[in-house]
Design a protein around this ligand. Structure first.
Ligand code: NAD
Length: 504
């Protein structure tokens, strides 16, 4: 008996084999329908993502729905050009002859998405896969269950149900999907599961794209506009409550600016989210209790209520903690100095450093305050794993050279960001570090352009997508050659090789 998943795969395979996904008209119709689906159900998607992640509506629009619409429009507009034959000059020895390349669809593809941008990271690669003429199986994340259910309901209503399917579920369902002989697997998520995906794909020699994570560093020196840098870093770090794959993970700052930068970031947090970010409509929540507990473990001891199995902390304790952090921050803003001088103490006892702002957790509502740590040790737990939450450690480094050595001593990150106006410093980062992307003065920005490839390198992933790169990822570039029968110049290379041998 075939399982539901095998039946789904068989349905996609036969739709693909029928040739229906290849004509540009089909691809355009699907892309239009995808855009319509997102447009018609903006408020449903916003509500589902809010229910899953507590994400503010404006953030969902800006960082998910608008980007899906932009990507869909972009690939639709360029389809004709990308699917044209590309003539290639043939070597003299083969003349007369012609050659070209032509993009053909990979076939039946699987897209496995994570929970943190549950619509974007599922539907953006879908646009690229459809543009390339594939049949597609979508596997949304079970950790964003409302979004997963909504998309599973909408997709068959808008898209060709024989060629596009949604399979909901977690590890077990994904495992069953991976047992099918897909023609391409596109996975976004953590490194551990990335290995599982790649191993499973190897069984069928299925090519994979792995969009993974990592610790994306930021370097800041005294030549930059500190207020602007602080705002941009705070925005990049605390958007989606820090659960962004390319978010600044930690800051390496030179001694002349490190402390001022920490304060400025705290001020930016205050500007963005007010006195108590918990009450801000612009600040999100952590996806689940497990991640809240994990993040608690990364904060300096004693700054948060006991996590996990511990008894819930009384609202009074939480309030006192919130008040303490807010008062600290306001004090600094008013130039009272108390909080600042404590935050600046480089002899911080805890390896995680001192809390400059935030450090408050409410497990019941899965709230983790935007938190800035100062004077963090490179060995602290917060520096040993991707933070993937609203905590920003600031480490002091002597100079750009030390920062580059620090970065190069660790796995290659998904992104690196540099805030420096010094040309030589920028050039040094461009030439001497390796990362999926490098942003000068611009965290996250590169993921918003359909014209820029998006992907990791080394431990942060393999392959890339967005725009033409996404189209290429889901295409096979086929080489075509043609040689007329007459004159048969190949006779020069047929055996026997007497003529050639005489010349050797
Ligand atoms: P997740 O837990 O939602 O997992 C991702 C997908 O893998 C889900 O669809 C899930 O069902 C599936 N999965 C989970 N366990 C599995 C198993 N044992 N076997 C097969 N499939 C399994 O997401 P996550 O891993 O928590 O995502 C967070 C990570 O993703 C972070 O490291 C982040 O940096 C990275 N990320 C990368 C990008 C990018 O574009 N490069 C984007 C977002 C997130």
């Amino acid at each position: 008996m075939t399982s539901g998943i095998e039946a789904t795969f068989a349905r996609l395979e036969s739709a693909y084999a029928s040739g229906r996904t290849r004509p540009l008209a089909w691809r355009r119709a699907q892309l239009d329908a995808l855009r319509r689906m997102v447009n018609d159900h903006r408020s449903d998607l916003v509500a589902a993502i809010r229910a899953d992640l507590g994400k503010p509506a404006a953030e969902t629009m800006l960082t998910e729905l608008n980007l899906i619409a932009a990507e869909t429009r972009f690939v639709r507009d360029h389809l004709r050009a990308w699917t044209r034959r590309r003539p290639v000059a043939m070597p003299l020895a083969l003349q007369p002859a012609a050659g070209w390349t032509v993009a053909e669809p990979k076939g039946v593809t699987l897209i496995i998405a994570p929970w943190n941008y549950p619509a974007l990271l599922l539907l953006e690669p879908l646009a690229d896969a459809l543009a390339a003429g594939n049949a597609v199986c979508l596997k949304p994340s079970e950790l964003a269950p409302r979004t997963s259910a909504l998309i599973a309901r909408l997709v068959p209503r808008y898209l060709d149900p024989d060629a596009v399917a949604v399979v909901e579920g977690g590890a077990a369902q994904t495992g069953m999907l991976l047992a099918q002989p897909f023609d391409h697997v596109f996975y976004t998520g953590g490194e551990r599961v990335g290995r599982i995906v790649m191993k499973a794909a190897a069984e069928h020699l299925t090519p994979v794209t792995l969009e993974l994570g990592g610790k994306s560093p930021v370097f800041v020196d005294g030549t930059c506009d500190l207020a602007v840098a602080a705002r941009r870093i705070a925005w990049g770090r605390f958007t989606n409550a820090g659960q962004t794959c390319v978010a600044p993970d930690y800051v390496l700052a030179t001694p002349d600016v490190a402390h001022r930068l920490a304060e400025r970031i705290a001020v930016a947090v205050h500007e963005f989210y007010g006195e108590d970010p918990r009450r801000s409509p612009n600040y999100g929540r952590i996806v689940n209790d497990r991640h809240v507990d994990r993040l608690c473990g990364l904060l300096p001891a004693g700054t948060v209520p006991a996590p996990a199995s511990a008894r819930p902390v009384s609202p009074l304790v939480k309030a006192a903690s919130v008040f303490g952090a807010a008062a600290d921050m306001v004090g600094r803003r008013l130039g009272m100095g108390g909080g600042a001088s404590r935050a600046a103490d480089p002899r911080a006892a805890d390896p995680a450093g001192r809390v400059v702002c935030g450090g408050v957790v409410d497990r019941e509502t899965r709230y983790v305050a935007p938190t800035v740590l100062f004077g963090t040790s490179p060995d602290a737990p917060v520096m040993r794993e991707e933070i993937f939450g609203p905590i920003l450690p600031i480490l002091v480094v002597r100079d750009a050279d030390a920062a580059i050595r620090f970065i190069n001593a660790r796995p290659r990150p998904l992104a690196a960001y540099v805030f420096s106006r010094d040309r030589a410093t920028r050039l040094a980062f461009e030439r001497r570090t390796s990362s999926g992307a490098l942003g000068f003065g611009l965290p996250l920005g590169h993921l918003m352009s359909a014209r820029l490839p998006f992907g990791g390198v080394g431990a942060s992933g393999m392959g890339a997508y967005h725009g033409k790169t996404g189209f290429d990822t889901f295409s096979h570039m086929k080489t075509v050659t043609v040689k007329p029968s007459h004159p048969d110049t190949l006779r020069l290379v047929y055996p026997p090789f007497d003529a050639v041998t005489r010349r050797v």
